[in-house]
Design a protein around this ligand. Sequence first.
Ligand code: SPD
Length: 364
Amino acid sequence: MEGGAERGLECQKIMDGKANNNGVNKEIPSCCLKARASVPESDAQCHSTVVSGWFSEPRSSSGKTGKQLYYNNPMWPGEAHSIKVEDILFQEKSLYQEVLVFQSSNYGKVLVLDGIVQLTEKDECAYQEMIAHLPLCSIVSPKNVLVVGGGDGGVLREISRHTSVEHIDICEIDEMVIDVSKKFFPELALGFEDPRVNLHVGDAVEFLRNSPKGKYDAIIVDSSDPVGPAQELVEKPFFETLARALRPGGVLCNMAESMWLHTHLIEDMMSICRETFKGSVHYAWTSVPTYPSGVIGFLLCSTEGPPVDFLNPINPIEKIEGATQHRRELRFYNSEVHTAAFVLPSFLKQKVSSLRDSASTNGV
Ligand code: SPD
C-alpha cells in the first residue's frame, strides 16, 4: 500500500453504519462504541489515522470543522503520541481488528493494532525481554510455558533462550498478526521457528478452559490493551482460569499498563490477583518510549506452593548456557535490570503496599 497524506480508516465507516466486509455488515467494536460515547457522534472516529505523514496514537481527527482535534481512545483520553511515517506497508482489517504496519523515520517498522502501537523494531527488545525473562528467571528449570497473545513471535524468541523449556504453547486469536509479523518483522517471527513451539489460533479463554489443571510452570500474557478483543483479559474469571492452569508455585507475567495513566486499573488487577493467586503478587515496570507515557508494567504472580522470590532471580539468565546470545544478543534485560524493575516510585508503592496489607498471602 502506498504511503501518503490523509487516510481515514474503515472505522469511520463502521461508525457511520456503512461498513461491510465482503458484503457482510460487521458489529460495532466496543472501542468504537466507547469512542462514540465520548465525542459528538458525527465527529467520533477510532483506530488509525495517518495525517500529513504522521501517525498519532490513540488517534487524531480533524472533526467536521477541520479545526478541532480529538484524542479519545478510552485508554488515553486527552493525549496522543505521534510518530513520523515514511511509508505505509500494510493496512487491513482482520476478523478482530485493524492491522497497520508502517516504516517510521526513527523507530524502524511499527506494528499497530486498532490504532495502538504494539511494537517498533527499535524498542521492542525492552518489552519482549522483560515480559519473558522476569517470570522465567524467577523459577528453577521452567519446562512448560504458555503464551497468551504474542502473535508477533517476539516473546517466543525470548522464551527460546531458556534451555530447560521443553514445550511452549502459544494461543493467539488473530492469524493476521502472525502472518504480518512473518512478513514484516522476521526478527520477531523467528520465535515461531523453535521446534518446541505449538501454535494454537483461537480464543485463549477457551484454550485455557480445556487445558489440564496445573499444566504450566509459567504463563505469559502478552495481550493488547483491554479495549476490544482483549477486554476480558483483565477480569477475575480470566485470572482464575490462569491460576488453575499453573502448577503449585507456577508463575504468571501479565502485561499491566502504565503506572502514570492506569493506576486504578493496576490497583484493580493487583487486588484481583491477590485474591486469586495465593503466592506472591508484584508489579514491575520498564521503559518503552513508543508506548503511551513511555513506560509499561507487568504483573508477576505465583500460585500457592514453593515460594517465588521475584525480586531476586533464582535462575539468572547469565548462567543459562548460550542464553544471552541465542539467535540474537539480549539488548535490554539482565539480572540487575530484573531486580531494579520492582523498585516502585512512592505514589505507586503506597497504593500497592496498602493492597498487600489487606491481603494474606504466603508470598515473598
Ligand atoms: N499499549 C500497548 C501494549 C502492547 C502490549 N502488547 C505488545 C505486543 C508485543 N509482543
